[in-house]
Design a protein around this ligand. Structure first.
Ligand code: TTP
Ligand code: MG
Length: 254
């Protein structure tokens, strides 16, 4: 009888998941150092919003292996390992269930889409990924993005658009140890891929896009971030997301 009970609860758990509505899903995109993490944190006090920062700690410590550092030290040897793990952790974030019944919105830092369209593409173009490795990553990407059992739908893309020179200054300032070798040239390549992916007219994206200029001085950024936050709340409202009425009077809005 014990086994039967377990089976029963598993069955009901599965039913709950499939019946639950997907929260309004936002992905925040933009070059390394453009300010994605800082922007996302501004929503952390709102109980109706789940924020999912990039799983960077996982990439820097998989059972003691710092995959990000390994990739920067020897990209030809380790890019495949890193990108394959990034694809997995991004898919996990896309599929993550709402943290509570209150959750109406989910905001993610980056997505499986930018991992593929920006980083995998760039590594392959620069011959850091072999054709065979690239094809394996593409095959997984195609499977994950077309499978009916994996929900990767996005309702809004926020593109924090920044000149590579500005991003480079910020990357140098924050001095993440793994990113010692990040050059202006690398950031320029990534910038061009962001532009091609998010700004080209033949865009095949699943959701609307909000483009924001974040070429501002460090001092101006908090003001700009508050403005972006306001715009994001407005977009939610326009899309019919009903946040608690008293939200508007709370300090976490502006
Ligand atoms: P970003 O994803 O750009 O995140 P960030 O925290 O640097 O950006 P922000 O300051 O706007 O918050 O990059 C994190 C690191 O991971 C960076 O060194 C690039 C690397 N990376 C890859 O190498 N491949 C990938 O597919 C992704 C998504 C990141
Ligand atoms: Mg970040």
């Amino acid at each position: 009888p014990k086994v039967e009970n377990k089976r029963k609860s598993f069955f009901f758990k599965k039913m709950d998941i499939t019946e639950r509505e997907r929260p309004f899903t936002i992905i925040v995109e933009g070059n390394i150092g453009c300010g994605k993490s800082t922007l996302i944190k501004l929503f952390s006090q709102n109980p109706e919003i789940d924020i999912l920062p990039e799983p960077l700690e996982k990439w820097c410590n998989l059972e003691g292996h710092n995959l990000l550092q390994m990739m920067y030290e020897d990209p030809c040897r380790h890019s495949m390992t890193l990108q394959s793990y990034i694809q997995l952790t991004m898919a996990q974030n896309h599929c993550k269930n709402a943290s509570s019944s209150k959750t109406k919105v989910k905001i993610m830092e980056r997505s499986i889409f930018s991992a593929q369209n920006i980083f995998v593409e760039n590594l392959w173009k620069n011959k850091k990924l072999a054709d065979s490795e690239y094809e394996v990553l593409c095959a997984w990407y195609k499977f994950l993005t077309t499978s009916e059992s994996v929900d990767l739908k996005v309702d809004l893309i926020v593109y924090l658009r920044v000149a590579p020179e500005v991003a480079w200054e910020r990357v140098k300032k924050r001095a993440r140890s793994e990113e010692d070798t990040v050059s202006l040239e690398y950031l320029t390549e990534l910038h061009e891929l962001h532009e091609k992916w998010l700004m080209s007219s033949d865009l095949k994206l699943s959701g609307p896009i909000m483009v924001v200029d974040v070429n501002k001085s460090f001092e101006e950024l908090p003001v700009i971030h508050r403005e972006i936050k306001k715009k994001i709340y407005e977009s939610m409202e326009q899309a019919g997301v009903n946040l608690m009425k008293n939200d508007k009077n709370c300090c976490w809005i502006c």
